[in-house]
Design a protein around this ligand. Structure first.
Ligand code: SF4
Length: 309
């Protein structure tokens, strides 16, 4: 009782702060359910950054991890972007640095550097074009064949997109721990337990997992897929937080998580308390240096011009 009253009081106070600060709250699909519920928009990292850029809010509270808030700060440069938890960081994004990407590029003259949007601003600043999991294949196809392609930082998305686009890709050896450690064996077992279910896998998964899936999809693609399928059960091979928006959007269908590996602790750090603190005290403001922001905006804008796969 006390805890539910506290929750209600916190939500009320966040709403008041939002009004008085002319703020919006953006929540990633992998955030805890209560954070998704108080968010003005819930979506994938790119969709949320686009919302940040379009919105006329003065303050943007980004409930996600560091690289997402940075991307929002780059696209909404004249607004205050806050991340409620400073430690909410993406391990994969930090598996590449700007200097390392520059060094690899020097080894492959004439190459085009394609960077997954799940990367730091300094890595984006070294890149020619960014991509998301929703348009990686189209981005690779858009690159003239005479140019070698370097793909960073996610080797699994790079391998998948290269295969689908029919392009050879020099892969950075980064990975998302939540997807990398899913085992093909776990998917086979889930299929045995739910023989009528279709498997949707995120392309951050290893290839042997993707090969067992009925569809390889970004999170936005997963949200839409049950509308296009007559199946009523789905095995969802992406971060477990995704089950919440799927169940909300498709209440008549069933969704299963096949592996305990599919949990990103960094995505679960945001709390109502930290959102309230962000709005009260501007903690933590996300700042990208003007030079990095200017250079990183170019590959992001090139990516936005490429349609989804
Ligand atoms: S789920 Fe993976 S890619 Fe997303 S924030 Fe966590 S570690 Fe990074």
């Amino acid at each position: 009782m006390t805890s539910s009253m506290n929750t209600e009081a916190l939500i009320e106070s966040i709403s008041e702060l939002k009004r008085s600060r002319r703020a919006i709250i953006l929540g990633h699909n992998y955030q805890p359910p209560i954070i998704q519920d108080i968010s003005d928009f819930v979506g994938d990292s790119l969709g949320l950054s686009q919302k940040a850029a379009e919105s006329d809010a003065e303050v943007i509270v980004f409930c996600g991890v560091d690289f997402m808030a940075e991307t929002a700060a780059i696209l909404a440069e004249d607004r205050l972007v806050l991340i409620p938890e400073e430690r909410a960081s993406c391990p994969m994004a930090h598996m590449a640095t700007g200097a390392e990407v520059r060094a690899l590029k020097a080894k492959h003259p004439g190459s085009v550097v394609v960077t997954y949007v799940n990367s730091t601003a300094e890595v984006k600043a070294e890149s020619d074009i960014c991509c998301t999991s929703a348009n990686a294949v189209s981005v690779l196809k858009s690159i003239p064949t005479e140019h070698p392609i370097i793909f960073a930082p996610d080797m699994h998305l790079g391998e998948y997109a290269g295969k689908m686009a029919g392009r050879e890709v020099v892969l950075w050896e980064g990975f998302c721990p939540a997807h990398h450690y899913v085992k093909a064996e776990e998917i086979r077992k889930a299929k045995e337990e739910h023989p009528n279910a279709l498997v949707m896998a995120h392309p951050e998964c290893p290839m042997e997992v993707i090969e067992l899936a009925d569809a390889a999809l970004s999170t936005s693609g997963m949200l839409d897929f049950p509308n296009r399928s007559s199946a009523s059960e789905f095995i969802v091979v992406t971060e477990v937080g995704m089950l919440y928006p799927l169940r909300k959007r498709h209440p008549g269908k069933k969704f299963y998580c096949p592996s305990a590996a599919l949990l990103c602790p960094n995505m679960k750090m945001t709390t109502l308390e930290s959102v309230k603190r962000a709005l009260e005290s501007d903690i933590y403001a996300v700042r990208v240096s003007p030079d990095i922001a200017r250079r990183a905006r170019i590959p992001i804008e090139r990516m936005l011009a490429v349609p989804r796969d």
